[in-house]
Design a protein around this ligand. Sequence first.
Ligand code: GDP
Ligand code: MN
Length: 390
Amino acid sequence: MNIHEYQTKELLKGYGVPVPGGRVAHNVDNAATVAEELGGERWVVKAQIHAGGRGKGGGVKVASSLDEVRQFTDQLIGSHLVTPQTGAGGRLVQRVLVEQACDINKEYYLGLVIDRGSQRVTVIASASGGMDIEEVARATPEKVVRETVDPAVGLMAFQCRKIAANIGLKGKQIHAATKLMRALYRCFRDQDALMAEINPLAEVNGGQLMALDAKMSFDGNALYRLPAITELRDFDEEDPKEVEATGHGLNYIALDGNVGCIVNGAGLAMATMDAISFHQGKPANFLDVGGGASPEKVGNAFRIVLADPNVKIILVNIFAGINRCDWIAEGLIKAMQDQQIGVPIVVRLAGTNVEKGAQMLAASGLDFIMADNLDDAATKVMATLGGQGS
Ligand code: GDP
Ligand code: MN
C-alpha cells in the first residue's frame, strides 16, 4: 500500500527525520493560509499523487508570493497531472503540499528496499540524487552504494558512516546522515514497510540535510496490525476494481491485456497467466477467488473482471481440492443468467466432482467452451479470439 508524500513526511518526522515545514491543502484558500502560517518568502507547492516524476511533469512549483501559491494551487488541484510514471491519462490532483522552500546545494539519493535475493533490508544511496536517479543507476551503477542490514542488530551506525562517506558527505554531515538513516530504518522496520525512498535527500541552506521528497509503501498483509498506516490509505489512488475485489475477499490485480482470468489459488492464477502468455495472449488481470469460492464469490469475480472494457474473453480455471466443481458450476451458471456477459467463456475444471460440474454446465444450455487441461484452455482462448478477428 502506498501513501502520499505529505503523509510519509509526517510519519518520518515523528521518527526524527528532518523535513521542511509544511502542510497539506485541499483548496486555494487552505494553501494560502498554510503558506502564511509557515512564513518566509518562498514556498513550494507540490501535487500529491501516488506517482513520482512530478518535477518533470510540472507538479512541483516554487512560489515567490502568496498570490503565486494561490495561482499554482489553482492550476494543480483538479488537473490531471501527467508524469513519466502516470501514463498518458495522468492522475487527478486532489490536494497539494505547501512547504517552505529551501536553497538546495546538492541532491543525494537514499532508499531502503527489501532485497529478495538476500532476504534483507538493503540501503541504497547515491551522491547523484534528484530527478534523474533512474538514469544514474542505469548509466553509472558504480555511483550507487549498497549496504545490507542484518535483522538481528538492525542498521548499525558504522554502516551509516560508511554509506555517508561513500556518497561524499563530510564531518558533521556524516553524523547527521547516520541519525537520519537510522531513524528511517526504525520507521521502515516498525511499520512493516516494503520500500522507503528519500529523493532528493538534500543539502540545504547552511549544509543541513533534509528529506525534500519522501515516499513509502507498506506490506498490505501487515495492515491488520498497523491501524495508523491503514488510515492513510487513499482509495482514490487505487484501481476501483482492486478496491472492490478486496471488499469481496478476492485477490485481483488489473493488467493491460484482454484475456480475463478467474482462477482459484494464487499459484494456479500465475500458471494460468503464463499459459496465456505462452500462447501469445495477454492476461487482463490476475484473480484468485480463493479456496472456498461460493457462487456469490464467482458472481463477484465475473462482475469485477467484466468491469474492464478491454476484456474480450474469460478463462475460468478451477482446480477443486477444498472446493467442489459442482459448486463452481453453480456459480458460473448463475453468473451467466444474472449478468450481461457479452464475451465467450472458456472453462477448465479439474479435481473434486469434476464430472458432475461438467455435466451441469453442459445441461445448462449455456454457451461454455469446455477445455480438458490448461494448455487446451489457453489454445481455445487464442483460437476463439482469433475467430473474433481481434
Ligand atoms: P518528484 O519529481 O515527484 O520526485 O518530486 P520531488 O519532490 O523530488 O521534486 C522534484 C524536484 O523539485 C527536486 O529534485 C528539487 O530539485 C525540486 N524541489 C523540491 N523541493 C524544493 C525546494 O524546497 N526548493 C527548491 N528550490 N527546489 C525544490
Ligand atoms: Mn523525488
